[in-house]
Design a protein around this ligand. Sequence first.
Ligand SMILES: NC(=O)c1ccc[n+]([C@@H]2O[C@H](COP(=O)([O-])OP(=O)(O)OC[C@H]3O[C@@H](n4cnc5c(N)ncnc54)[C@H](OP(=O)(O)O)[C@@H]3O)[C@@H](O)[C@H]2O)c1
Length: 275
Amino acid sequence: MQKIALVTGSSNGIGLETALALAREGYHTYASMRDTKKAAELLNSAKKEGLELSIIQLDVDREESVKSAISQIMSEKQRIDILVNNAGYGIFGCLEDLTLDEMRQQFETNFFAIARLIQTVSPIMRKQQSGTIVNISSVAGRIGFPGTPAYISSKFALEGLSECLRYELSPFGINVIIIEPGVIKTNFFNAMRMPGSQKPDSPYKEITNKVIGGIKMMAEMGTPPKEVADVIIKAIKEKNPLPRYPVGNDAIMFLEAKKMKTDIEFENYLKKELF
Ligand SMILES: NC(=O)c1ccc[n+]([C@@H]2O[C@H](COP(=O)([O-])OP(=O)(O)OC[C@H]3O[C@@H](n4cnc5c(N)ncnc54)[C@H](OP(=O)(O)O)[C@@H]3O)[C@@H](O)[C@H]2O)c1
């Protein structure tokens, strides 16, 4: 029986590499994206390697789009073995420079959309008595810093949800895995939104610009997205996958430091390292 995988946000970066990696492992992979006109790069790579892969339209923010994509997969293949919740974006700006609507939009895509996908797919996996849900969090889901609190809070929320789901879903044979990449070289930083509300005279301009500059510099030397895909494949193959898989030397270094230090020691360390 062929296994079926669904990846969200496959037009670029981590989603694109993960869709290819799953197809290479023999999964019939539904590479979903909100704008299927962006599928050319993925389809070219799949064709070159002779991989079995379907493009499917899915805007994770829209309930109708989620329902329609899942029912198409179920009518074609009758099962879903792997769900990779990858689609996401970031907003720069300190809290006072953000509107609550901008915060809500950030949570809509990075958090509520994932809850919606899991609510739609977990009944299918429960019936199968098997399945794996992979949530793409971030090192920013474990470590807070200034300049991007909307994004960081949405990833902290995703970490909390994922921890709860490991208990709720394991009795039904469903694994939940959190992936925590550090800085990965993708389109993510170009796609990051600057809030419309950010004023030129913002008292947070200096710290926000420092963070933006620092992150963009780190992104130049970021880990290739294929390394994230490789870790996802390794994790889903494990019989008892761990709760969390960090990816990239930066993620490993910061998460190890957080583990070894008290909260206040870690805060001082991060101030010295990053700002
Ligand atoms: N790059 C990093 O350093 C990094 C580090 C840690 C975690 N992550 C996480 O990794 C995931 C993938 O990011 P990436 O680095 O690969 O960035 P990316 O190259 O910008 O890819 C993001 C993907 O998400 C899609 N997306 C955004 N909103 C969507 C929506 N409403 N419905 C469907 N798709 C949507 C984008 O589609 P469009 O092409 O249509 O915009 C794109 O395919 C994100 O969850 C991000 O938070 C990234």
